[in-house]
Write a protein that binds this ligand. Structure first.
Ligand code: SF4
Length: 369
């Protein structure tokens, strides 16, 4: 059974309780959570939640719990090191050819596992002032190596179509900026916001816009969400996905398979499966890296390459993303057991490898003659 329908976004614990989305006995703790981390559950998301299921995978992503009050060693307010790589307000320049451009600090919904949970939401940093926006643009202009600008934050599709259009024009006017990427939850959280005006705003001469959709469970891709994505893609805007591996949401092979198939059916190429970042109060939603690797191995056996995301870890402190999926290739010499260097020399290769197929069977490459 879904929750009581709501006409507006739910933003405080008492409203969640009134709509059957949180337990009255948790209210005092949830008020403490709300004083630290933003809450927002849009009508579209509320309608997806089965209130009779205490483990509902949609509720786990958006409904706060008292577990958020417990921080673990290693968790950090800035888990992926944005601040250390921010040369001017609004810009994170971690890799040579691209920057994050954080224009807004609000989102349509607030994910309970958000890695920027200490930075997003009402009352956190406000949007960039005009002067700060100008300085960020100057930074991009003065760094000719920047080929791609990734609008994130906050959710850039919370901006009005008019403001988005101005920003797109400003960025596309910079010769070396060829790609403008939007990281967004809006098509899932509030699909009606993907209006013809918003779609038109993303199309600008001089640069190509890509949209990366954040979704973590196949049930998020409702008919309305699929239609919103189709409006973008039919307008010529390519889409990729990003998901977070979350305990109790998508940490089993069937859930991941359904999610990746749903993306591909929507013409969205699975791009990233993020390992959960060490954000404060999110331990109850994280899995282990070993479990993530096991799931990626299972996914490889269940769906085609079209449905395979890269499983990645953002290294704490800001050193960037690393692929952390299972390794299918090991030098034969590293495995022990029967190993014949003479064979390798005869094969004219520096080494011989053991390669694992999708069933888990191991083969030698090159094969022994
Ligand atoms: S939409 Fe993105 S930035 Fe906003 S709360 Fe969710 S994960 Fe964080």
């Amino acid at each position: 059974m879904s929750s009581k329908t709501c006409a507006t976004t739910l933003r405080d614990p008492a409203e969640l309780v009134a709509h059957g989305l949180a337990r009255a006995e948790d209210l005092a703790d949830l008020e403490k959570v709300a004083s630290r981390y933003a809450i927002a559950v849009t009508p579209d998301i509320a309608a997806l939640i089965d209130v009779d299921d205490p483990n509902d995978p949609i509720a786990r992503q958006f409904i706060p719990t008292p577990a958020e009050l417990s921080s673990r060693p290693g968790e950090h307010a800035d888990p992926i090191g944005d601040h250390a790589y921010s040369p001017v307000a609004g810009i994170v320049h971690r890799y040579p050819d691209r920057v994050l451009f954080k224009l807004v600090h609000v989102c349509a919904v607030y994910c309970r596992f958000c890695f920027r949970r200490e930075m997003v939401g009402p009352g956190k940093d406000s949007a960039l002032s005009d002067a700060a926006y100008g300085r960020a643009l100057d930074y991009i202009r003065n760094h000719r190596e920047i080929w791609e600008v990734i609008l994130t934050g906050g959710d850039p599709l919370m901006l009005s179509p008019r403001r988005l259009s101005e920003i797109m024009v400003d960025l596309a006017a910079i010769d070396h900026v060829k790609i403008i990427r939007m990281h967004t939850r809006v098509p899932v959280a509030d699909p009606s916001r993907v209006s013809p005006d918003l779609v038109a705003a993303l199309k600008v001469p001089g640069a190509t816009c890509w949209v990366a959709l954040h979704a973590n469970h196949a049930r998020e891709l409702t008919g309305e969400v699929r239609a919103a994505c189709a409006r973008l893609i039919d307008a010529g805007i390519p889409m990729v996905s990003q998901s977070v591996l979350l305990r109790g949401v998508n940490d089993h092979a069937a859930a991941l398979e359904d999610l990746m198939r749903a993306f591909v059916e929507c013409r969205i190429k699975p791009y990233y499966l993020h390992h959960g970042d060490l954000a404060p109060g999110t331990a109850h939603l994280r899995t282990t890296l070993a479990r993530g690797q096991e799931l990626m191995r299972a996914l490889r056996g269940r769906v085609s390459g079209l449905c395979q995301p890269d499983y990645v870890l953002d290294i704490p402190g800001g050193a960037g993303k690393s692929p952390v999926g299972p390794n299918y290739l090991l030098p034969q010499s590293s495995v022990g057991g029967e190993y014949d260097a003479q064979d390798e020399r005869e094969a004219g290769q520096e080494t011989r490898y053991r390669v694992t197929d999708y069933c888990g069977d191991v083969h030698l490459y090159p094969p022994k003659p």
